[in-house]
Design a protein around this ligand. Structure first.
Ligand code: FPP
Ligand code: MG
Length: 337
């Protein structure tokens, strides 16, 4: 159903029929967010048009804008500020991915060649910086110091999370609790910020907006756990990005951390030798993960995080905002892309 109660219209505003149907109530708002994204970025800068095509800035899942808009709807009406902050968040997120693809040596993202593979790392760093700083230029037009502060703190935490990940690279002593802290920062923080800002811009009381923030945190952690599972078992064509990068870059993720905690000392030693090697064998690692049920374990942990988010959404007054947030939690768990 649309926001006005009209029957759902088929939309191509996002990939995947399930996600498109969830986004139906905010279809017009997402079009407006896309319009802002396209209008804002300066085409006079050399290659900007082509560079933006390689970030596919309006072609991602647009989860953060959607979380902001649904949280806003759950607390009241949507307005210009929601659209502007949603666009700023998508810019920050895209900037972080442009930089992330340099760090991970990734060749494809959002079904297109990455900027680092099509150009070079220098161009990626500059484009990421441009998008990141422009997001704050855009956000500064919004009459909410609270929202701007939140964006600043969240961006800072994302970078800190990525630095933690970099420091843990190749170190499989990482525990589940270290992993959860790292993904809370690098991924969940922007989801949390989106939900907080949506509620806040719809004039929610601070304590309620903080509840939305926690909802976004839980959903974001579930999202990253599923992302790490897809990196191991996903279909690259469906996901639209380079997979297998976590093993190649020797990043400890939850399935691997869990598997290492389940085996005896001898096998653990063999696993560590493989994981710490220059080119860990995906098939061998998958065999170990199978034998310890570690992908299933990670899925279970993602489900628990999504359930905590759903428990909050269940307490919200019934309506399209709350219903859509619940569907977002379902999407995060079931997605294949
Ligand atoms: C994707 O993780 C990447 C992130 C969640 C954050 C990346 C952040 C930075 C590179 C710091 C710079 C930040 C800004 C704001 C400019 P992933 O590699 O696990 O997922 P993937 O499979 O989608 O690449
Ligand atoms: Mg990556």
């Amino acid at each position: 159903m649309s926001r006005t109660g009209e029957p759902a219209v088929k939309t191509d505003c996002s990939k995947g029929r399930f996600l498109a149907s969830i986004y139906n109530p905010i279809q017009a708002d997402l079009v407006e967010v896309d319009r802002i994204l396209i209008e804002q970025l300066d085409r006079n800068i050399p290659w900007m048009e082509r560079l933006l095509n390689h970030t596919n800035i309006t072609g991602g899942k647009r989860m953060r804008p959607a979380l902001l808009l649904f949280s806003g709807l759950a607390c009241g009406e949507l307005g210009v500020a929601h659209h502007q902050v949603a666009a700023a968040l998508e810019m920050i997120h895209t900037a972080s991915l442009v930089h992330d693809d340099v760090l991970d040596h990734a060749e494809q993202r959002r079904h297109v060649a990455t900027v680092n593979s099509e150009w070079d790392n220098k161009t990626s760093v500059l484009l990421g910086d441009y998008l990141f700083t422009h997001a704050f230029h855009l956000a500064s037009q919004v009459d909410s110091l609270t929202a701007i502060r939140r964006l600043a703190v969240a961006s800072n935490r994302v970078c800190g999370g990525e630095m933690k990940q970099n420091a843990w690279s190749g170190n499989f002593k990482m525990t589940e609790s270290d992993y959860l802290q790292m993904v809370s920062d690098k991924t969940a923080e922007l989801c949390s910020c989106a939900c907080f800002c949506g509620a806040h811009l719809s004039a929610a009381e601070e304590s309620l907006a903080e509840g939305f923030s926690q909802f976004g945190q839980n959903l974001g952690v579930a999202f990253q756990i599923v992302d790490d599972i897809l990196d191991l078992v996903g279909d690259a064509e469906t996901v639209g990005k380079t997979l297998g990068t976590d093993l190649k870059n020797r990043k400890p993720t939850l399935p691997v951390i869990h598997s290492l905690s389940q085996v005896d000392a001898k096998l653990r030693e063999a696993m560590l030798a493989e994981l710490e090697s220059d080119n860990p064998g995906q098939e061998q690692v998958m065999e170990w993960l199978e034998s310890t049920g570690s992908v299933a374990y990670a899925r279970g942990r993602a489900r628990q995080c999504a359930q905590s988010a759903l428990d909050f959404a269940a307490e919200l007054p019934a309506g399209v905002g709350a219903d859509s947030l619940k569907l977002m939690a379902q999407f995060v768990l079931e997605r294949t892309f």
